[in-house]
Design a binder for this molecule. Sequence first.
Ligand SMILES: [Zn+2]
Length: 208
Amino acid sequence: MTRTCCGNSAYVCLRFDGRTFDSHCALKLANELETPLDEKGESRMDHQGGLRIQHYESPNYDERPAGTVVDTVVIHATVLNTIREVIEHFSSPQTKVSSHYTIDRDGSVISHVSEYKRAWHAGLSKMEDGRTNVNDFSIGVELVNRNDGSDPYPEHQIQAMRHLVKAIIVRHPIRYIVPHYACAEPPGRKSDPIGFDDSWVRDLVPPH
Ligand SMILES: [Zn+2]
């Protein structure tokens, strides 16, 4: 089964589901498929906007409410110190938690849940505009960081976060990028990501 690539030579060709696309087409394909990136028990690589993304599926997700427009990205810190611990935590059905993505300190990206499903990352939550159940309409992005106030966010990690958010914005009309502590309910319930600097992502969404 082959599909026609859009043929824009500005994009790097890659293999995606056994077929060759350029990266722009791969993004379009990901938009078209219901569960484009995850297959249970399988880890594989793909490329989005220059990012290398590895997939370790989490069972901890369900359906978004019908008709939901995903317009928010929630940024977290893992508290867990290593990407391996995070993968194990999110891959266990007992933990009942997940996120769509985790970004390691070196900028490598792990996908756990399809963006088209509801991952379980924000918990009790409320936006400034009053909307609750932020998991319904958001994509969760975890940064590997101990969240102790002294563990730094390396530049590679910040740049990968920016690349990932830009790729997400291709697929969803993102208007808000919020740290978890800003939407957790009740206020003060969550402190992550301690040290998050809004200037890292402020230019990626319209001002409000
Ligand atoms: Zn969090």
